[in-house]
Design a protein around this ligand. Sequence first.
Ligand code: ADQ
Length: 752
Amino acid sequence: MGQALRFAILLVLGLGFVTWGTSVLVDRTTREWFEKDVSLRARLAVSGARRALVTHWHEEPPSDLRGLLSEITDDERILAAAACNADLTFLARTKYFPSQLSCGEIEHRIRATDASPSEQVPWRSLEVLPGGNVHVSAIPVGDRDQGLGFVVLVHDLSFVQRRAATSRLFLLITFGSLALAAAGITVVAARLARRKWSDDLRMGLRSGSARPEFQPVVRDVRELVDRIVAEKQSDREGEAWNPKRLKRTLNRYLRGEKVVILANREPYVHEKPKCGEGIRVVHPASGLVTALEPVMRACSGTWIAHGNGSADRETADRHGRVRVPPGEESYLIRRVWLTPEQEKGYYYGFSNEGLWPLCHIAHTRPIFRSDDWAHYKEVNQKFADTLLEEVDSEDPIVLVQDYHFALAPSLIRQHLPRATIIMFWHIPWPNSQRFGICPWPKHLLEGMLGASILGFHTQSDCNSFVDCVDRFLEARVDREQGAVVQHGRSTLVRAYPISLDWPCQWTTKVPPVEQCRASIFKELGLESDALLGVGVDRLDYTKGVEERLLAVERLLERFPKFRGRFTFAQLAAPSRTLIDRYRQLNENIEQVAARINERFGQGNYRPVVLLRTHHEPPTVFQYYRAADVCYVSSLHDGMNLVAKEFVAAREDEGGVLVLSQFTGAARELTEALIVNPYDIDEASSALAMALHMSEDEKRDRMRSMRAFVSEFNVYRWAGRMLVDAARLRTRDRLTGRLTDHFDISANVASRL
Ligand code: ADQ
């Protein structure tokens, strides 16, 4: 309707302009015609009276000559006439001859036009006199070859103005009526077309039998309505997010299309033991794997990852594919093989010596080498190419994971423009000043903006990302929609805080709390009345393990009653061991632990137990269940799933979580004891408080955290992203079709 109105206004303006131009043209042309007409009449009038004029030219008194001139002025358009002698004096003139005109002046004007009264050439001019426009003509009068002088005739031209005004008015009325009629017809036609369009669409939606050209739109609209209704319904029913609901969401919203994950780490690594026979399946210590593996079980599809296990090649087929989980196969892993140089440059170099310290405020200097960058680009391309081999449609759902693949979304988009690409960034995002340290900021941002949805753990990470786009790229930031628009395509930037499966699969695979406590206490050689603290991490400088041990040391310094009674077990999975900073961290931790054990250890009692090896999840969960307190002391962490795992493990509602304020989890698990890990005194006080806490308070805090994690679980995380992706996809499809077929703007479609 708005468009029709705009069209009508433009039409009226256009016709107005044409009317004005035409009336100016008509004005000029009619004036010229009338002037010519008047001159002709003047000549006719004088030549008709020539013989009589010559006869009475020199008569005295000139009464006959004046009479002749008066007869000539009988013509209604001749106002006055005069006879000028050759010596330029008036011989006679009629009553109303303008006093401004003299014979001398007229002769002067005639000469100025290169004519001469004696040459028998009539002369004319347009004069403006006080009464209005007049036309003056001078017609020579001669007797045989002798020039006698000339007759001056003054014509009234006001009728020309009157006629021009009348024709202008006529033109205006004609064109104006035409414009109004055309605009009216346009608006009515647009209204009728729209009504017909909506009636047809409505009928198609009701009856299911729409005209062929409406069928794609009808299908999309129905799908959208179904989704909204289903979502509203399940929200009303308060249905929890679980694998079934996620699968249903995928089927309903995305027609069960295949999900393809792109991640550096694979969920199942096949390893040959260093000594002994056989092949072991290892679950890597990785938050990304912990979160995404249950999602993949629920959705099925393909997980593309770097195959780096010592038995990965021999357990995969010739395409690098292997079905998992072992024993209950429901999805595929497609392994990508990298050369040692590629792994060094892309994984250890650019990803973990460059981007990882860049994104974490943990005071380790990022290192950027151009060789590493070249490998990073090469490996991103390799993964994108592998993905193209694995997809079987033009619009697959691709989940690109983490900082290892910042360039992949746009590389994939180049080949699959209709793909739904969801990129999730598992670590924090730096502010724009810090991000500028990276020598290739634009490449990274543009690479990521190939995604349809870009997810971060927190809104503040989203804000920092958008600030970087604002600073480094020529792109439009739509803060209201939370989107970045570049090259006409928009990427939603949203916070999707990650979580765990619920109920967590490992809780069903470990014994109840008392049994776990008994077996772990036995394993560590602890008395039954001992107090146990645990820390579980990949050995990474961002996890604040040194600060954690210092807090334990301070606890023992400040509260002697815990000496000999409190033990802190640190499970530390070796990580990125080829990088110097990680080796140095390993040594530091060993030294700090040794010092504490030396200061406070007695006999068999060791306050710090360092378990520097990978533990399979069931063992990790036994430690969670055995512990009185779990301390997560990250210096900076996107989310931190260890905190949530501890909560998930504590079905007995016991145990206390001490949690760093610099984790994403601290925004959600507010009933934990939140500390600044750099403040060693505060952290040691929190540990003491946890060890003193009443059972009631522990239960209240734990119950509340468990309620939160159970509701905001990883199925909800994935489901929300898929629902948003499906909406985006339908909107794009709808917008495309609507604009193709009905020339309706994207604005209209976006409101649907
Ligand atoms: P990570 O840095 O790997 O994840 P985190 O979220 O704590 O950190 O997950 C670690 C996972 O590894 C947990 O499942 C834990 O059980 C396991 N793990 C840790 N130590 C282990 C050990 N010694 N042996 C065996 N398993 C061990 C990144 C980001 C996080 C974000 C996740 C998910 O750094 O901030 O929460 O991705 O997005």
